[in-house]
Design a protein around this ligand. Structure first.
Ligand code: DGJ
Length: 731
């Protein structure tokens, strides 16, 4: 059907007062509007996304700029990139998505739109485009359901979740990159002509390298608290691709599953539903978008969002795999004695007689308890912790297997590896990924967690680790190896659904050699993440800063560890280490037996104070004030509660040079009309406190002038590692 005929149909419909009356749809959230146009027989279009429109504006927005398809498919445009690219059964590699119908409905938190599109030449091929708004959180989700009702397969070459055109000129993209122990490094770059891509290809938990969340600052160089910003997050844990194609002054943003080595064959009758793309607009800078995502994540995405997480001791950096029951009991008693709420045994507690998990080269897959390490079993630990008035948690790494394990000897076919090739192991030279495409393996993996929980029903917390990527892509189970990355993810999701069905109250931490699994696709089954294996407080400031762009403090596990630090060798005073860890979900990861009584007292006091500020820190609104990435020798941020009656201010010196005076830091996010009592927390003998400590000052003053901390006394011999945590309480 030609464009002309479509136009005539549309015009007739309009005359009849029918379908075209609703062609334009406005989706308002509290502060934003999205305007789309879906006329019968035409490509659905996006006319506007940004600040909330006034009534009547929507009719004109489409005229004021270039108009783009809402879900561009390969059809009749030259040099335009696409969200969807398909190969029809006859080999035709084009798709023409014409609106067939539009459904609109309300749900508790906003609006739902479903636009059904059909290809006139291939009427069996349909795409439903979905949009869901979250009114209070200023967030929109979009995704697509691609359906083949034909008799022969259709091959999807690209199948993005969504698309957004951005017509502002000086746009910068901020994305998060890194590696092991260096996660979430913030990278901001101006968008120039060409394509900028952020993607992963590791198949499993590859977010240490790149994140499926980006910020697009629309008013030039990104600012934390000013300027218009769109933030976008693909809710997917597998390989993803986000790209911005800049052509002729317009930036085209696409996000979806990475199609690399993943062409998808859509069988007859099959529907492929893409993951959701969530996006949010704010004119309060990067911070505004972060706050929207945090609120949305807490309310709608985290397994137990909005419920503050426990203060724990994890034994990993304290003893590594040298697990001995009396030592574990003592560690549990030590954390209880400083006010902690949970003790976690990490890696090393299991293994067969042949392959005990005493080193990382063996044992994964053989999930029997090592009796010689824990003679009274996991139940013994649950009981011990119960007696101490705390909870107990345990580490597992269920998706993985060592070639040195009885499991591998029995089921070499349960492991991912390209057919006919030598195994390509990861950690320890023996670690392989189990084939979660295979339903029998899914049962086995679920059975690991289920078995642990049945052994000791009182377990309150599980650290679910995942320390490998797919090094050699190939599933012995799958017929079509192009589906490997997608089927792995589907298999994992099936297992996690079973886990949540069976154990809805369990608190589960997503760990992946640290933060390699931090994304909004994975989090719905989890409560928190192990932010990084790097527990060095200085580098943690940078890592936690980047993580906070999209993820709330509630899910950011931040542990005080020993000094010198095990990852960097850096020696950092306890107060500074605590002051950094207190800005997320506070925990400890050391051997308390190696601490002095004075150090334990400092921790005890910090835990008591943290309990007071925990709701604001974990579930409050973040205002990032001075970025560690700006090279100012300091970093600072603040959390407020919803009614701004309480706030907690963090300030860390990140570099020290003589006579290099740290700048005054004006606050943000307070109520200017409220008067706040200033209370310095974590006071340690000999360390400076704010000159305003104990005073009451207005929010207006604090936001205009802020805190100033003079250079530390250089004569006392410890002039660096200067930090402050300050509680502000409205009077
Ligand atoms: C990697 C994790 O990130 C660490 O915290 C620890 O759990 C080890 N795995 C255990 O092998």
């Amino acid at each position: 059907m030609t464009n002309k005929i479509h136009f005539v149909i549309a015009a007739l419909a309009l005359l009849a007062g029918g379908i075209c009356a609703n062609a334009q749809t406005v989706i308002d959230t509290r502060n934003t509007s999205l305007v789309i146009k879906a006329e019968q027989g035409r490509h659905p279009q996006i006319l506007y996304y940004g600040a909330r429109l006034q009534p009547g504006d929507a009719a004109s927005v489409g005229l004021n700029g270039k108009v783009f398809d809402l879900y561009p498919a390969r059809f009749d445009r030259t040099s335009e990139p696409d969200a969807l690219s398909v190969e029809m059964p006859d080999g035709n590699v084009s798709a023409d998505l014409r609106t067939e119908s539009v459904k609109e409905s309300a749900w508790d938190g906003g609006k739902d739109i479903e636009i059904l599109c059909k290809d006139p030449l291939y009427p069996f091929f349909t795409v439903k485009i979905f949009l869901r708004s979250y009114t209070e959180e200023n967030l929109i989700e979009t995704w697509a359901a691609i359906h083949n009702a034909g008799k022969k397969p259709v091959i999807l070459h690209r199948y993005d979740s969504g698309f957004l055109p951005i017509q502002e000129g000086d746009v910068w993209m901020t994305s998060l990159h890194g590696g092991w122990a260096d996660e979430c490094r913030v990278v901001s770059q101006p968008l120039v002509n060409g394509t900028r891509e952020v993607s992963t290809h590791g198949g499993v938990r590859d977010n240490a390298v790149a994140h499926s969340e980006v910020m697009l600052s629309l008013d030039g160089k990104p600012q934390e608290n000013t300027g218009r910003v769109i933030g976008a997050a693909l809710e997917y844990g597998g390989n993803f691709e986000m790209r911005v194609v800049t052509l002729e002054g317009t930036h085209r943003f696409f996000a979806g599953i990475s199609p690399a080595d993943a062409w998808y064959t859509l069988a007859k009758g099959e529907e492929f539903v893409t993951p959701k793309l969530a996006y949010s607009w704010s004119d309060e800078g990067l911070g505004g978008v972060s706050r929207n995502f945090h609120r949305w994540g807490r309310k709608y995405r985290l397994a137990h969002g909005g419920q503050p997480n426990d203060i724990l001791l994890n034994c990993w950096e304290g003893v590594y795999m040298d697990i001995q029951e009396p030592v574990m009991h003592k560690m549990a008693a030590d954390v209880a004695s400083i006010g902690g709420e949970l003790f976690v045994i990490d890696d090393g507690w299991f293994g067969s007689e042949k392959y005990p998990r005493d080193t990382d080269i063996q044992g994964l897959g053989d999930w029997q308890l090592q009796k010689k390490k824990l003679p009274h079993g996991l139940q013994g630990m649950v009981d011990c912790c119960k007696d101490l008035g705390i909870k107990f948690g345990i580490w597992i790494e269920p998706e993985m297997v060592n070639t040195r394990s009885e499991l591998y000897e029995k089921h070499p076919d349960w492991v991912l590896n390209a057919a006919g090739r030598e195994p390509v192991p990861g950690r320890g030279g023996t670690q392989m990924v189990l084939d979660l495409c295979n339903p029998a393996v899914q049962d086995f993996v679920f059975g690991i967690l289920d078995g642990v929980m049945k052994q000791a029903p009182g377990i309150a917390y599980v650290k679910w680790d995942c320390n490998n990527i797919m090094r050699s892509p190939g599933s012995p189970w799958l017929k079509n190896q192009n589906h490997l990355y997608i089927e792995y993810q589907r298999g994992l999701e099936k297992v996690l659904n079973r886990v949540r069905e069976a154990y809805p109250d369990l608190i589960i931490q997503a760990c992946a050699s640290g933060g390699a699994r931090v994304n909004w696709g994975t989090m719905p089954w989890f409560d928190e993440v192990w932010t990084s294996d790097n527990t060095d407080a200085l580098q943690r400031i940078n890592i936690q800063w980047g993580t906070s762009y999209f993820f709330p403090a509630e899910m950011m596990a931040c542990h005080v560890s020993a000094s010198p630090n095990h990852q960097t060798g850096r020696v950092i005073p306890l107060k500074y280490r605590i002051d950094v860890a207190m800005s997320g979900r506070l925990g400890f990861e050391l051997q308390p037996a190696q601490m002095t009584e004075e150090e334990k007292d400092i921790c005890r006091k910090a835990v008591t104070e943290y309990k007071k500020i925990r709701p604001v820190v974990q579930c409050g609104d973040i205002y990032r004030l001075v970025s560690p990435y700006d090279g100012k020798g300091l970093a600072s941020l603040l959390y407020t509660n919803e009614d701004k009656s309480q706030a907690v201010f963090f300030w860390w010196r990140t570099g020290f040079f003589r006579n290099d005076h740290p700048a005054r830091v004006p606050l943000a996010g307070l109520d200017p009309a409220k008067n706040y009592k200033v209370t310095e927390l974590n006071k340690v003998e000999g360390e400076p406190v704010s000159a305003l400590d104990g005073k009451t000052v207005s929010g207006a003053y604090l936001m205009a002038s802020g805190f100033y901390f003079p250079e530390k006394d250089v004569y006392n011999g410890h002039n660096d590692w200067h930090s402050h945590v300050i509680l502000l309480e409205a009077q």
